[in-house]
Write a protein that binds this ligand. Structure first.
Ligand SMILES: Nc1ncnc2c1ncn2[C@@H]1O[C@H](COP(=O)(O)OP(=O)(O)O)[C@@H](O)[C@H]1O
Ligand SMILES: [Mg+2]
Length: 240
């Protein structure tokens, strides 16, 4: 579904990341891990098409897409969920993206309903976004992206500043996207929280891809790159 080939980004003469390659299939979760400042956020923004890459290509569904096409085909949930909230109520907020795409009323309604259903937000759909819990706000940001029908959803530090029930709520939402056949890319430095649910792991350190492969084998590489990992077996690492 998503194929990133030899992607590189230079900003103001500085190489932010270079030669990054990985792929995500339908219904797969790829975890992007690595120390802070390694280039994870810049990588997501580049894949999404918010900044133009300096080298490499991004293929969606087997076809190379330029940055402007990717703005539509690839969804990105930003690190700060609050900046994505614009609607007066939860349901109006979810409908905002589809409305911006100038879809028909019928299609806006359908996609909004679908996103609310998938994320299990029915009980607070009429609430003002400002009163939601951290986890509910994060789910709202995910629903807003999902309602625009992207084939790929990427999330930046989606677990930051969340309490235990909220982490569970967001993890649960991510597994629902997987079940819907969406290709999911999760960036987080709290690797312990979701590694058990990842199909593949990409490790980025100092702008270089140091590992892309199976989750179990990634554990040693993560430790070598100073990413905190519990000493419990991977299958027990889940918070669900
Ligand atoms: N607009 C920019 N111009 C120049 N350097 C930047 C810009 N944005 C980020 N950087 C640098 O790129 C590097 C990677 O940052 P980032 O992608 O935020 O890392 P991570 O998300 O892994 O913590 C950092 O050294 C940061 O200072
Ligand atoms: Mg970041």
């Amino acid at each position: 579904m998503l194929e990133v080939k030899d992607l590189g980004l230079k900003l103001e003469g500085k190489q932010i990341f270079n030669n990054i390659s990985f792929s995500v299939n339908k219904g797969q979760i790829v975890a992007v891990c690595g120390p802070n400042g390694g280039g994870k956020t810049c990588l997501l923004r580049t894949i999404k098409g918010l900044v133009k890459q300096s080298s490499g290509t991004v293929l969606v569904d087997g076809k190379e897409q330029d940055a402007s096409e990717r703005l539509i085909s690839i969804g990105l949930v930003f690190q700060d969920a609050d900046v994505q909230i614009v609607g007066e109520t939860v349901e109006k907020d979810v409908a905002f993206g589809p409305r911006n795409l100038r879809w028909s009323e019928e299609k806006i309604k359908q996609s909004t309903e679908e996103a609310i259903r998938i994320l299990g937000m029915q009980s607070y759909r009429k609430d003002r976004p400002q009163i939601l819990s951290g986890g509910q706000k994060r789910c709202l940001a995910i629903a807003g992206v999902l309602a625009m029908h992207p084939q790929i959803v990427m999330m930046d530090e989606v677990f930051s500043n969340l309490d235990y029930p909220s982490v569970r709520m967001v993890l649960d939402a991510i597994l629902k996207l997987k079940k819907e056949g969406i290709a999911v890319v999760i960036v987080s430095h709290d690797t312990d929280l979701f590694l058990a649910h990842a199909d593949k792991v990409l490790i980025v350190d100092k702008g270089e891809s140091v590992y892309f492969g199976d989750t179990v084998e990634s554990l040693d590489v993560l430790k070598q790159h100073s990413v905190h990992i519990s000493d419990i077996p991977l299958e027990k690492m889940t918070w669900l």
